[in-house]
Design a protein around this ligand. Structure first.
Ligand code: AMP
Length: 210
């Protein structure tokens, strides 16, 4: 099953992707995590995208498409995958279709902007594996430590309030149009994101018939 998770930054895509990955046994492809990893490792790709990422702007489409194209070709994606953070605009959605990659369900996790802004201040991300936590809603078992790999948690530079507002603007201007795009194709499933992580996850599983 190939899934796309849509939603504003901080809507809970990363958290839901991790739960779905466990329940469905298919990998998550998070373009944001892959780009952050490239920045941490200081690769050429990392240097190329740093300015866009730090300022909450979208990285050029061709750069992200290259990453997605090679990742979906890996053997662990043969039974399906969860796309978290791709596509981000209509052009990227069309590129996915041109690659011949079918999409079964597009899950839009819906959360009002005011709640997003409040949520982002408490988000913490693993500096090694990219897993996502929240100091109140989804705290790690040991403070500031990743439940999955034991590495240190940190706030993302692009979770600073001004950058969050810019990312929300980018979401409304470029990404939100994807809802209509996938609605027309009969793929869109809307899920209320302003509820507990477990309830949102149950709602997603129901929508995709899993
Ligand atoms: P995310 O972790 O999904 O919130 O992504 C963090 C940042 O990575 C975004 O603000 C963009 O700078 C970049 N990014 C991630 N995915 C994409 C994408 N599909 N297209 C363009 N930029 C992206």
């Amino acid at each position: 099953m190939n899934l796309i998770l849509l939603g504003a930054p901080g809507a809970g895509k990363g958290t839901q992707a991790e739960l779905l990955m466990e329940k469905l046994g298919i990998p998550t492809i998070s373009t944001g995590n892959m780009l952050r990893e490239a920045m941490r490792e200081g690769t050429e790709l990392g240097r190329k995208v740093k300015h866009h990422m730090d300022n909450g702007l979208l990285v050029p489409d061709d750069v992200v498409l290259d990453i997605v194209r090679s990742r979906v070709a890996q053997p662990d994606c043969a039974r399906g995958f969860i796309l978290d953070g791709y596509p981000r605009n209509i052009h990227q959605a069309k590129s996915l279709m041109e690659l011949g990659i079918p999409v079964d369900h597009v899950i839009s996790i819906e959360v009002p902007d005011a709640i997003i802004e409040a949520r982002m201040s408490g988000r913490r991300v693993c500096t090694k594996c990219g897993a996502s936590f929240h100091v109140e809603a989804n705290p790690p078992k040991v403070p500031d430590t990743c439940d999955f790999c034991g590495a240190e948690l940190a706030q993302r530079p692009d979770d600073a309030p001004e950058t969050v507002r810019r990312r929300l603007r980018v979401y409304h201007q470029e990404t939100e149009a994807l809802k209509e795009f996938y609605q027309t194709l009969g793929k869109l499933r809307r899920v209320e994101g302003n509820q507990s992580i477990e309830d949102a996850n149950r709602a997603i599983l129901k929508e995709i018939g899993a």
